[in-house]
Design a protein around this ligand. Structure first.
Ligand code: ATP
Ligand code: MG
Ligand code: MG
Length: 554
């Protein structure tokens, strides 16, 4: 038996099983609205629902909550399916709230016949004025006591498209004096003359979320309908609707709430992400700076890392903010295991080995991944003129500088020990060449005494004549503020970091010449990098996925 403490959601399920719900009646769903791409917050909800499905061996449906044709598109349906599959989860059935439009309509007609719903023909302003406030009770609509016959006639004509938008709505007849504002005769249907991505122009009226969601859960016999905390006040209405339709021999779905996953330095709201896309703060939904699953995938995050993140952060009862460094830690941890090590220089300065033959190239052996016994070795070319990182050299340095300086020795990774001899500068004083000498007996792995000499550091490098020039995209946080969308009176866009993307050139070892989009590497001493989908044969583009260590923690 597994020793695992149950989270509060699992406790709810265990309690229901104890109280007689057969385990084979457990059924869950993940219910995205196809009005945008999934983000890291959704990943938590996906992990929760599909994780329960795995733990209890229960079906989990993917249900598209497609009740608002104005905002929903097939593109988003496709993207959502792709992302869930990529995360490694499998749904039992693909369903749509729109599958149930006929049934929902029939039930609404029944509500009217039972005196539980009526057509209101006031303006939205009039209805708002009657709604009251949490401390002031509402006022009944003058249309509340319409006859059943008149309601049936109007509702059918609404359905047939006889009325313009905004002229009539169908309301549940509950209680205008309820302390819960959502129970004050909530809207069930509104008129929308908009084509739907699945039902086309069949419908001129569309059900509201509250009316469609619980009923969809019921129709699919979902036992537990988990949603985020903002739906807590909706639970009473969810239950009221079920009261009207739920058969005695059926599983009665149960809505329970958990806290939204918030991540620092980003936004997790499709509406805001859409705004970033539309206003061109980023280059599309899958921009590697986005908190979308597709953006993170393109940046080089692995699904294992995201799953690990959702598992370690779990779900909470109260809203909380997780620092993005927790996610980055998970990414780094996974890439450390799987990413081959290669050498690349991003800010090059020429290093010339004065005592090395000008026309010689040696192909030296380099280990692909010391964390992976099966990763093997490759050859890297070594010759007289190399690139090293500009910041790896200082003309005059303190004893704490463990890189190259004049008169001191360092090792070139997989190669020889070199010693700084002199520099050449241009008219501005910028170093253009570093001249060194090498110790011919010091080759890495040669076992000689010279090769085992202790030196102050090891540098990565690439041979100039063999290097591949590539485009390197360096990302910084998209927002300079920890919680950009929580500042009163300030728009979250005010906190967009204007320097979140820096494009530069890099020089890569030639083993990278045939890389494909999605390939992942550790550029030694620099970080993890992933080939971007913009790569072409003549222009390899790498995204920096994440640095080697958390440079943000002081
Ligand atoms: P958004 O504001 O981003 O549009 P949403 O809740 O409207 O979010 P849905 O497509 O309706 O988006 O979400 C599908 C499911 O994912 C819902 O059950 C929702 O509660 C859950 N979900 C959405 N955002 C988060 C989040 N940040 N953390 C956890 N779960 C989330
Ligand atoms: Mg929603
Ligand atoms: Mg939403």
């Amino acid at each position: 038996t597994e020793e695992k403490s149950l989270n509060f959601i699992e406790q709810i399920i265990e309690e229901d099983i104890k109280n007689g719900l057969p385990q084979d009646k457990l059924r869950f769903r993940f219910p995205p609205e196809p009005n945008g791409y999934l983000h890291i917050g959704h990943a938590s909800s996906i992990a929760l629902n599909f994780g329960l499905g795995i733990d209890y061996q229960s079906p989990v449906n993917l249900r598209f909550d497609d009740t608002n044709p104005a905002k929903e598109e097939q593109e988003f349906v496709d993207a959502i399916k792709r992302d869930i599959e990529w995360l490694g989860y499998q749904w039992a059935e693909e369903r749509y709230a729109s599958d149930y439009f006929d049934q929902l309509y029939d039930w609404a007609v029944l509500f009217i016949k039972n005196g539980k719903a009526y057509v209101d023909s006031q303006t939205s302003e009039e209805m708002a004025a009657q709604k009251g406030t949490p401390t002031v009770t509402g006022t009944d609509s003058p249309f509340r006591e319409r006859s059943v016959a008149e309601n049936l006639d109007l509702f059918e004509r609404m359905k047939n498209g006889e009325f313009p938008e905004g002229t009539h709505i169908l309301r549940a007849k509950i209680d205008m004096k309820s302390t819960n504002m959502l129970m004050r005769d909530p809207i069930m249907y509104r008129i929308l003359h908009k084509p739907h991505h699945r039902t086309g122009t069949d419908w001129k009226i569309y059900p509201m979320y509250d009316w469609a969601h619980g009923e969809s859960d019921y129709l699919e016999q979902i036992s537990h309908s988990f949603c985020t905390l903002e739906f807590l006040p909706h639970r009473e209405l969810y239950d009221w609707f079920l009261d009207q339709i739920c058969g005695a021999d059926k599983v009665r779905p149960k809505q329970r709430e958990f806290a939204r996953r918030n991540l620092s330095h980003t936004v997790v709201s499709k509406r805001k992400l859409l705004q970033l896309v539309n206003e061109k703060h980023v280059n599309g939904w899958d921009d590697p700076r986005m908190s979308t699953i597709s953006g993170m995938r393109r940046r080089g995050y692995t699904s294992a890392a995201i799953r690990n993140f959702t598992n370690t952060t779990g779900i909470a009862k109260r809203d909380n903010l997780i620092d993005v460094s927790v996610l980055e830690f998970c990414v780094r941890e996974d890439l450390n295991k799987i990413a081959p090590r290669v050498m690349a220089v991003l800010d090059p300065v020429k290093l010339i080995i004065d005592n090395y033959p000008a026309d010689k190239t040696e192909w030296l052996e380099a280990e692909n991944n010391q964390e992976d016994d099966t990763a093997g070795f490759r050859k890297v070319p070594f010759s007289k003129v190399l690139y090293i990182e500009r910041e790896d050299f200082l003309e005059e340095a303190s004893s704490k500088f463990f890189r190259l300086t004049l008169g001191k020795e360092v090792r070139l990774k997989n190669a020889y020990i070199i010693k700084g001899e002199s520099v050449v500068k241009d008219e501005n004083g910028t170093i253009t060449e570093i001249h060194v000498t090498y110790d011919i007996d010091s080759l890495s792995g040669s076992g000689t005494e010279a090769s085992q000499r202790k030196v102050s550091g090891t540098l990565h490098w690439v041979a100039v004549d063999h290097a591949i020039e590539a485009e390197i995209r360096l990302y910084d946080r998209l927002f300079s503020d920890e919680s950009p969308d929580t500042h009163k009176g300030k728009d979250f866009l005010e906190f967009v970091n204007p320097n979140s993307l820096k494009i530069s050139k890099g020089y890569l070892e030639p083993s990278l010449k045939d890389v494909k989009p999605g390939d992942k590497f550790q550029f030694q001493r620099l970080g993890y990098f992933t080939v971007d989908k913009d790569s072409t044969e003549n222009n390899i583009v790498f995204n920096r996925t994440v640095g080697l260590k958390d440079t943000w923690e002081e």
